[in-house]
Design a protein around this ligand. Sequence first.
Ligand code: DX5
Ligand code: ZN
Length: 217
Amino acid sequence: MIAAPSVLSLDYSRMKEQVDELNASGAQWVHFDVMDGHFVPSLTFGPEILKGFRAMSDLVMDVHLMVTDPMHFSDIFAKAGADLITFHIEAVENEEDVRKLAAHIHELGCKAGISVKPKTPVETLRPYLNDFDLFLIMSVEPGFGGQKFIPESAQKISDLKAMLKESGSQAVIEVDGGVNGETAKICAEAGADVLVAGSYVFKNDIRRAVESLCVLQ
Ligand code: DX5
Ligand code: ZN
Protein backbone atom coordinates (compact mmCIF):
# COMPACT_ATOMS: atom_id res chain seq x y z
CA MET A 1 0.00 0.00 0.00
CA ILE A 2 1.18 3.52 -0.80
CA ALA A 3 0.63 6.01 2.04
CA ALA A 4 0.01 9.64 1.05
CA PRO A 5 -0.11 11.78 4.22
CA SER A 6 -2.15 14.95 3.64
CA VAL A 7 -0.24 18.03 4.79
CA LEU A 8 -3.56 19.80 5.28
CA SER A 9 -3.34 18.45 8.83
CA LEU A 10 0.34 19.22 9.39
CA ASP A 11 1.10 21.45 12.39
CA TYR A 12 2.60 24.50 10.64
CA SER A 13 4.03 25.84 13.88
CA ARG A 14 6.32 22.77 13.81
CA MET A 15 6.68 22.41 10.05
CA LYS A 16 10.37 21.49 9.81
CA GLU A 17 10.14 18.89 12.55
CA GLN A 18 7.02 17.28 11.05
CA VAL A 19 8.39 17.22 7.49
CA ASP A 20 11.59 15.58 8.79
CA GLU A 21 9.44 12.94 10.51
CA LEU A 22 7.43 12.49 7.34
CA ASN A 23 10.59 12.00 5.26
CA ALA A 24 11.77 9.31 7.67
CA SER A 25 8.37 7.66 8.01
CA GLY A 26 8.26 5.32 5.03
CA ALA A 27 5.55 7.36 3.30
CA GLN A 28 6.08 7.30 -0.47
CA TRP A 29 3.88 10.27 -1.38
CA VAL A 30 2.84 13.63 0.12
CA HIS A 31 -0.77 14.65 -0.57
CA PHE A 32 -1.25 18.35 -1.18
CA ASP A 33 -4.84 19.64 -1.01
CA VAL A 34 -5.36 22.76 -3.10
CA MET A 35 -8.67 24.51 -2.33
CA ASP A 36 -9.72 27.72 -4.06
CA GLY A 37 -12.52 28.97 -1.77
CA HIS A 38 -14.96 28.44 -4.65
CA PHE A 39 -15.16 24.78 -5.68
CA VAL A 40 -15.01 24.17 -1.93
CA PRO A 41 -15.46 26.85 0.75
CA SER A 42 -11.96 26.56 2.22
CA LEU A 43 -8.81 28.18 0.91
CA THR A 44 -5.47 26.43 1.29
CA PHE A 45 -2.06 26.46 -0.39
CA GLY A 46 -0.54 28.30 -3.31
CA PRO A 47 2.41 27.15 -5.41
CA GLU A 48 5.10 28.75 -3.21
CA ILE A 49 4.17 26.37 -0.40
CA LEU A 50 4.55 23.39 -2.75
CA LYS A 51 7.97 24.69 -3.79
CA GLY A 52 8.88 24.82 -0.10
CA PHE A 53 7.87 21.17 0.38
CA ARG A 54 9.71 20.20 -2.79
CA ALA A 55 12.89 21.72 -1.35
CA MET A 56 12.44 19.84 1.94
CA SER A 57 11.40 16.43 0.64
CA ASP A 58 12.05 13.91 -2.13
CA LEU A 59 8.65 12.27 -1.74
CA VAL A 60 6.22 12.14 -4.66
CA MET A 61 4.17 15.37 -4.69
CA ASP A 62 0.55 14.34 -5.14
CA VAL A 63 -1.54 17.46 -5.83
CA HIS A 64 -5.32 17.24 -5.36
CA LEU A 65 -7.00 20.21 -7.03
CA MET A 66 -10.34 21.13 -5.44
CA VAL A 67 -10.73 24.13 -7.71
CA THR A 68 -13.20 25.47 -10.27
CA ASP A 69 -10.53 26.09 -12.93
CA PRO A 70 -8.27 23.00 -13.00
CA MET A 71 -6.67 23.92 -16.36
CA HIS A 72 -5.24 27.13 -14.92
CA PHE A 73 -4.15 25.58 -11.63
CA SER A 74 -2.52 22.54 -13.25
CA ASP A 75 -0.08 24.84 -15.05
CA ILE A 76 0.76 26.64 -11.82
CA PHE A 77 1.29 23.50 -9.74
CA ALA A 78 3.18 21.60 -12.44
CA LYS A 79 5.65 24.49 -12.54
CA ALA A 80 5.91 24.46 -8.75
CA GLY A 81 7.00 20.80 -8.73
CA ALA A 82 3.92 18.52 -8.72
CA ASP A 83 4.54 14.92 -9.83
CA LEU A 84 0.88 14.04 -10.06
CA ILE A 85 -2.11 16.33 -10.57
CA THR A 86 -5.67 15.23 -9.85
CA PHE A 87 -8.75 17.31 -10.64
CA HIS A 88 -12.46 16.81 -10.00
CA ILE A 89 -14.76 15.53 -12.71
CA GLU A 90 -17.46 17.82 -11.21
CA ALA A 91 -15.37 20.87 -12.16
CA VAL A 92 -15.27 20.01 -15.87
CA GLU A 93 -18.21 20.37 -18.22
CA ASN A 94 -17.91 17.70 -20.87
CA GLU A 95 -16.01 14.61 -22.01
CA GLU A 96 -13.91 16.50 -24.47
CA ASP A 97 -12.66 18.89 -21.80
CA VAL A 98 -11.88 16.04 -19.39
CA ARG A 99 -9.68 14.41 -22.07
CA LYS A 100 -8.09 17.74 -23.00
CA LEU A 101 -7.14 18.34 -19.40
CA ALA A 102 -5.69 14.82 -18.97
CA ALA A 103 -3.57 15.36 -22.10
CA HIS A 104 -2.54 18.82 -20.89
CA ILE A 105 -1.37 17.48 -17.52
CA HIS A 106 0.63 14.78 -19.31
CA GLU A 107 2.20 17.41 -21.59
CA LEU A 108 3.27 19.31 -18.48
CA GLY A 109 5.27 16.20 -17.52
CA CYS A 110 2.98 15.08 -14.68
CA LYS A 111 0.85 12.03 -14.09
CA ALA A 112 -2.87 12.77 -14.30
CA GLY A 113 -5.65 11.85 -11.88
CA ILE A 114 -9.40 12.34 -11.79
CA SER A 115 -11.58 12.42 -8.69
CA VAL A 116 -15.23 11.84 -7.81
CA LYS A 117 -17.06 13.35 -4.82
CA PRO A 118 -19.07 10.96 -2.61
CA LYS A 119 -22.35 11.57 -4.47
CA THR A 120 -20.87 11.19 -7.97
CA PRO A 121 -21.24 7.60 -9.22
CA VAL A 122 -18.09 5.78 -10.37
CA GLU A 123 -19.93 5.03 -13.64
CA THR A 124 -19.16 8.63 -14.67
CA LEU A 125 -15.49 7.57 -14.86
CA ARG A 126 -16.11 4.75 -17.35
CA PRO A 127 -15.31 6.81 -20.50
CA TYR A 128 -11.88 7.72 -19.12
CA LEU A 129 -10.47 4.46 -17.76
CA ASN A 130 -7.52 4.56 -20.14
CA ASP A 131 -6.87 8.31 -19.97
CA PHE A 132 -5.66 8.59 -16.38
CA ASP A 133 -2.87 7.24 -14.17
CA LEU A 134 -4.93 7.61 -11.00
CA PHE A 135 -8.58 7.57 -9.93
CA LEU A 136 -9.40 9.24 -6.62
CA ILE A 137 -12.47 8.21 -4.67
CA MET A 138 -13.43 10.86 -2.13
CA SER A 139 -14.68 9.12 0.99
CA VAL A 140 -15.81 12.42 2.59
CA GLU A 141 -17.21 15.63 1.07
CA PRO A 142 -14.14 17.57 -0.09
CA GLY A 143 -13.26 20.73 1.77
CA PHE A 144 -12.21 19.79 5.27
CA GLY A 145 -9.96 17.35 7.11
CA GLY A 146 -11.10 15.36 10.12
CA GLN A 147 -14.44 14.08 8.76
CA LYS A 148 -15.88 10.56 9.11
CA PHE A 149 -15.30 7.97 6.39
CA ILE A 150 -18.49 7.38 4.35
CA PRO A 151 -19.02 3.57 4.40
CA GLU A 152 -20.59 3.43 0.90
CA SER A 153 -17.15 4.38 -0.47
CA ALA A 154 -16.02 0.75 -0.13
CA GLN A 155 -18.47 -0.37 -2.81
CA LYS A 156 -17.33 2.44 -5.10
CA ILE A 157 -13.71 1.29 -4.71
CA SER A 158 -14.50 -2.32 -5.60
CA ASP A 159 -16.74 -1.32 -8.52
CA LEU A 160 -13.98 0.88 -9.89
CA LYS A 161 -11.41 -1.86 -9.36
CA ALA A 162 -13.52 -4.21 -11.50
CA MET A 163 -14.00 -1.55 -14.20
CA LEU A 164 -10.24 -0.89 -14.40
CA LYS A 165 -9.42 -4.57 -14.58
CA GLU A 166 -11.95 -5.14 -17.32
CA SER A 167 -10.54 -2.26 -19.38
CA GLY A 168 -6.93 -3.41 -18.96
CA SER A 169 -5.97 -0.12 -17.29
CA GLN A 170 -2.90 -0.05 -15.02
CA ALA A 171 -4.16 3.05 -13.16
CA VAL A 172 -4.12 3.15 -9.37
CA ILE A 173 -7.05 3.81 -7.03
CA GLU A 174 -6.52 6.43 -4.33
CA VAL A 175 -8.93 6.97 -1.43
CA ASP A 176 -9.16 10.27 0.45
CA GLY A 177 -11.07 11.23 3.59
CA GLY A 178 -11.58 9.74 7.03
CA VAL A 179 -8.84 7.14 6.56
CA ASN A 180 -7.55 5.75 9.86
CA GLY A 181 -6.22 2.41 11.12
CA GLU A 182 -9.68 0.81 10.83
CA THR A 183 -11.13 2.35 7.68
CA ALA A 184 -7.78 1.79 5.90
CA LYS A 185 -8.37 -1.97 6.16
CA ILE A 186 -11.80 -1.60 4.53
CA CYS A 187 -10.24 0.39 1.67
CA ALA A 188 -7.42 -2.12 1.22
CA GLU A 189 -9.86 -5.03 1.06
CA ALA A 190 -11.98 -3.18 -1.50
CA GLY A 191 -8.96 -2.68 -3.77
CA ALA A 192 -7.35 0.69 -2.93
CA ASP A 193 -3.69 1.18 -3.94
CA VAL A 194 -3.01 4.58 -2.32
CA LEU A 195 -4.41 5.89 0.97
CA VAL A 196 -4.52 9.57 1.80
CA ALA A 197 -4.58 10.32 5.53
CA GLY A 198 -4.40 13.71 7.20
CA SER A 199 -5.61 13.73 10.81
CA TYR A 200 -4.72 10.09 11.41
CA VAL A 201 -1.07 10.70 10.51
CA PHE A 202 -0.45 14.16 11.95
CA LYS A 203 -2.50 13.84 15.16
CA ASN A 204 -0.66 10.63 16.06
CA ASP A 205 2.90 9.39 15.98
CA ILE A 206 3.67 10.07 12.28
CA ARG A 207 5.96 7.10 11.68
CA ARG A 208 3.72 4.59 13.41
CA ALA A 209 0.57 5.80 11.66
CA VAL A 210 2.26 5.70 8.24
CA GLU A 211 3.64 2.23 8.94
CA SER A 212 0.15 0.96 9.80
CA LEU A 213 -1.03 2.02 6.33
CA CYS A 214 2.02 0.80 4.39
CA VAL A 215 1.80 -2.75 5.76
CA LEU A 216 -1.67 -3.27 4.29
CA GLN A 217 -1.82 -5.30 1.07
C1 DX5 B 1 -10.51 16.80 2.07
C2 DX5 B 1 -9.08 16.53 1.64
C3 DX5 B 1 -8.39 15.40 2.34
C4 DX5 B 1 -8.18 15.60 3.78
C5 DX5 B 1 -8.15 14.26 4.44
O1 DX5 B 1 -11.04 17.75 1.23
O2 DX5 B 1 -9.04 16.22 0.27
O3 DX5 B 1 -7.15 15.11 1.72
O4 DX5 B 1 -7.00 16.29 4.05
O5 DX5 B 1 -8.15 14.51 5.78
P1 DX5 B 1 -8.53 13.42 6.86
O6 DX5 B 1 -7.57 12.29 6.67
O7 DX5 B 1 -8.34 14.16 8.14
O8 DX5 B 1 -9.94 13.01 6.60
ZN1 ZN C 1 -7.19 15.36 -0.85
